[in-house]
Design a binder for this molecule. Structure first.
Ligand code: PEP
Ligand code: MG
Length: 594
């Protein structure tokens, strides 16, 4: 293709599909900041004013961008709001001003220092999601630097030919200013699968690779790029042969994506008529429209930690109600399982004082925390009950370990119901109550629990962690984290049996449920709802529709006879190849020989 040497960069596939085209790198913060010592007090005052003007200009830019957001991008307004809040936070703006004045230094240098202090604080945060939100601080900093440098026009507004955007990071403020019709793909240094770029690119079906760390430095204007958003690979100035391979891949992907997506709207039902509801896991109300586009038949898991993670104050019932009602209404009758707060463990909250624990995964987490902080728990339950008047809302308690804990949670729910009755407030009097099965003790007493709830949802992320004693966030033991471990499969079977005995529904909402190669086995084990990240839905639905439930009931029985995860994997590989020709040719089971 070119005289330049082909270079391969690996990041995180954030929005599937393949884009091939010219790079359009956006200007970014200089790697080297200039340092100036200000000796004259008048210069210090001037510098402070210059910085304040940059803050004002950034605020104007962000406010304008928020007002300019098109109708279909309204869901992302909250991100710009978050940037406006960061701009007002003393962590950055006030700290920079203080540094200019105390150290008598120029604004750029002071800002750089304030940001690295903030970064130090963020690094200590355990929760990956919040840690990744440092990207927002960096974004606001880039905007401040841009205004400090006097640079006005944003290249994005002047895009006039199709290209692949290469940026350090992107915000909805930027993308709201750009005509997405010109954008073939996105590549960014920053970001993970939950970054704004990822959410937006998925909503717009634009291939994207994020978290490339150095793409904005490695790629120059005029470079030719291949962006493979499915595998997270970016190839800079590809050889002729690579280009040909990717052109073929691109064509095949587009045909496949159209077929899969066209089927995503069909109901989840097996070849022999067994209904398997395919639902989405969400963390933000804003995701609802996008997950519906992927064919979600409801929200199997609404993780509500976001409010507690991003805000400084604990949200009250009114605030939560607004949000839950919006979700219920947007679903237009499709169900949503709102999970009460699952804070602690690997999830950290900025608005709460959580005592440091030696072993947080076994500590004051989720329902245990809520039962201790009754006032806060009641606010959540009130909001959920009130929202139930506006749609098919169900409540889901996380980390229930046994009957007494469940009954305690239920009694708090009854208390809130009585309060609403006394106030004559409307809610769904038949609101269904479910629990997450994610602690081995809950599996052991699943028959007792099934008599006392309306549904189960198996959280395999935690169930595997607690049953195999594998820390889910520890990379050193990640290879031992095996969904196909016979113990895990037996536990799933036991929970399904208990649910079926009592005639209640049983879902799975851990990552395992969204893995297409697991789906036939899960159907065979008797799960009737699967909930997952929205991107997985079209393919999982396709697998559901190609599955014969009766066949897999028998195969699941056989799968349960094996002694090791590797044996189950080998069995699964051969059965998948036999029953889904061409679909699972290169199947890989993490940490196992397939
Ligand atoms: C789980 O544990 O499987 C689950 C879905 O919950 P979370 O990942 O939020 O802990
Ligand atoms: Mg869990």
């Amino acid at each position: 293709m070119s005289a330049l040497k082909e270079k391969v960069l690996i990041g995180v596939g954030a929005s599937p599909g393949i884009a091939i085209g010219r790079a359009m790198p956006l200007a970014r913060r200089p790697a080297q900041l200039a340092y100036r010592q200000l000796n004259d007090p008048a210069d210090v005052a001037k510098e402070a004013e210059r910085f304040k003007a940059a803050v004002q200009a950034t605020q104007d830019y962000l406010s304008r961008a928020r007002d300019d957001l098109g109708k279909e991008m309204q869901d992302y307004a909250y991100i710009i709001e978050a940037h406006l809040l960061i701009l007002k936070d003393k962590l950055i703006a006030q700290r920079t001003l203080d540094l200019i004045q105390a150290k008598k230094i120029n604004a750029e240098w002071a800002l750089g220092q304030a940001v690295s202090e903030a970064q130090g604080a963020f690094r200590k945060i355990k929760d990956e999601y919040i840690r990744s939100r440092f990207a927002d601080v960096e974004y606001v900093t880039d905007q401040l630097m841009r205004h400090l440098s006097g640079e006005e026009a944003n290249q994005l507004t002047t895009m006039r030919e199709k290209a692949i955007v290469v940026a350090h990071d992107l915000s909805p403020a930027d993308t709201s200013q750009m005509d997405l019709g010109w954008v073939m793909g996105f590549t960014t240094d920053m970001g993970g699968p939950t970054s704004h770029t990822a959410i937006m690119a998925q909503a717009k079906a634009i291939p994207a690779v994020v978290g490339l760390e150095r793409v904005s430095q490695e790629v120059s204007s005029g470079d030719f790029l291949i962006v493979d958003g499915s595998s997270g690979v970016v190839i800079v100035n590809p050889e002729e042969e690579t280009l040909l391979t990717y052109r073929e891949k691109q064509e095949a992907y587009e045909i496949y994506a159209q077929e899969v997506l066209a089927q995503a709207y069909l109901p989840g039902e097996t070849l022999d008529g067994q209904k398997v509801r395919v639902e989405a896991n969400i963390e933000l109300a804003e995701e609802v429209s996008s997950v519906l586009n992927y064919g979600a038949e409801g929200i199997g898991l609404y993780r509500t930690e976001f409010f507690y993670i991003t805000q400084k104050t604990i949200p009250n019932a009114d605030e939560l109600y607004e949000n839950f009602r919006t979700v219920a209404q947007r679903l237009e009758g499709k169900p949503v399982n709102i999970r009460t707060l699952d804070i602690g463990g690997d999830k950290f909250a900025s608005s709460m004082e959580l005592a440091p624990e030696i072993n947080p995964a076994l500590g004051l987490r989720a329902i245990r925390y809520c039962l201790k902080e009754r006032g806060m728990f009641k606010e959540q339950l009130r909001a959920i009950l009130l929202a139930s008047a506006h749609g098919k809302v169900r409540v889901l308690f996380p980390l229930i370990s046994g009957v007494s804990e469940l009954m305690e949670a239920r009694s708090v729910l009854d208390e809130v119901r009585a309060e609403l009755d006394a106030e004559n407030m409307a809610y769904d009097h038949r609101l269904e109550v479910g629990i997450m099965i994610e602690v081995p003790s809950a599996v052991a007493v699943a028959d007792l629990l099934a008599k006392r709830v309306d549904f189960f949802s198996i959280g395999t992320n935690d169930l595997i962690q607690y049953s195999l004693a594998i820390d889910r966030v520890n990379e050193h033991v990640a290879h031992l984290y095996q969904p196909l471990h016979p113990a895990v499969l037996r536990m799933v079977r036991q929970v399904v049996n208990a649910a079926q005995e009592e005639g209640i529904s049983v879902a799975m909402c851990g990552e395992m449920a969204g893995d297409p190669k697991m789906v036939p086995l899960l159907i065979g084990l008797g799960l009737d709802h699967l909930s997952m990240n929205a991107l997985a839905i079209p393919q999982v639905k396709l697998v559901v529709r190609l599955t014969n439930c009766a066949t897999w009931r028998e195969l699941a029985k056989e799968a349960l006879t094996f002694a090791t995860a590797a044996e189950v994997a080998a069995f699964m590989t051969s059965q998948l190849k036999k029953h889904y020709p061409g679909m699972f040719e290169n199947v890989v089971w993490a940490g196992l020989e397939g």
